[in-house]
Design a protein around this ligand. Structure first.
Ligand SMILES: [Zn+2]
Length: 269
């Protein structure tokens, strides 16, 4: 196994609970390039025409060093690159422009904060509403939220303590990148008159009258948080046909269990 990063020669480290060795040098070209590729990916900022190849090229040409640089790219810089024609440059600039209006969760996920996946990013965006509010959140405020565990909370707090992060966010703001959540806020959800508001619900087994996704969407629209696994924080498990281990776990934890009929009945109220 290598002990040094093949790109920057820093010593690789094994982080808590992980098998793989990682390069943790924030200035490592491989880390920066991967971070940029992650930033533009579909679940993140979704800058379609900015694929891995173009990113690598822009990085090699030193036109982008961090994600804020993406918003400073000019037509002249891009047209000078190999294999970039007028049409593709314009398309790329339009895609970059369009990404500025993304809702907060996409940017939040795109920043690549350790342990913050796309689902957590959405939860955080919904809870805090703005990047600024999130950046000031304490560990206690974060762990009070369902789904946000100690590890993620520590990682978020540590991230926003970095001066470089604030500089980067200021740059993004100055470039006109949206830093607010555009969906329905959590506070608003608490006002929804629904027995599902603020409840964590797990769907398991086969449903017949609606698909798992339809059920999820309906529940979320009524203010529920639909989770993938059963824990002490689960308020309700909806068990369809052939429900297995999740149902068993719900029963062992004393979590309320409904069948599909009951769910439909309540959804229709
Ligand atoms: Zn490295």
């Amino acid at each position: 196994m290598p002990t040094e990063c093949p790109e920057c020669s820093s010593e690789l480290v094994r982080l808590d609970g992980e098998v793989a060795l990682r390069c943790i040098n924030p200035k490592c070209p491989a880390q920066i390039r991967e971070g940029l590729i992650h930033f533009v990916s579909r679940t993140a900022m979704n800058i379609d025409s900015l694929g891995e190849k173009v990113i690598s090229l822009l990085f090699k040409e030193e036109l982008i060093q961090d994600v804020a640089d993406i918003y400073k790219l000019t037509y002249d810089q891009l047209i000078a690159l190999e294999r970039m024609g007028d049409k593709s440059v314009n398309k790329l600039l339009q895609a970059i422009e369009a990404s500025k209006t993304n809702s907060l969760e996409k940017l939040l996920f795109g920043l690549g904060i350790r342990h913050v996946g796309s689902k957590a990013a959405k939860t955080l965006a919904r809870e805090f509403g703005t990047m600024e509010a999130l950046s000031k959140a304490s560990r206690e405020e974060l762990t009070a939220i369902n789904e946000i565990g100690d590890k993620m909370a520590d990682s978020i707090v540590a991230y926003f303590e970095l001066e470089e992060v604030h500089a980067l966010l200021n740059e993004l703001d100055a470039a006109g990148v949206n830093l607010t959540f555009k969906g329905q806020r959590a506070v608003a959800i608490e006002d929804v008159d629904s027995i599902f508001a603020g409840k964590t619900v797990v769907l398991t087994g086969k449903l017949h009258q609606l698909t798992r996704n339809e059920a999820k969407e309906k529940l979320e629209a009524l203010g529920a948080n639909v989770a993938g696994s059963v824990s002490k924080k689960t308020d309700l498990v909806v068990a369809g046909e052939d429900a297995g281990s999740k149902l068993a776990k719900a029963e062992s934890l004393g979590v309320m269990v409904w069948d599909e009929e009951r769910l439909i009945e309540e959804l229709n109220k």
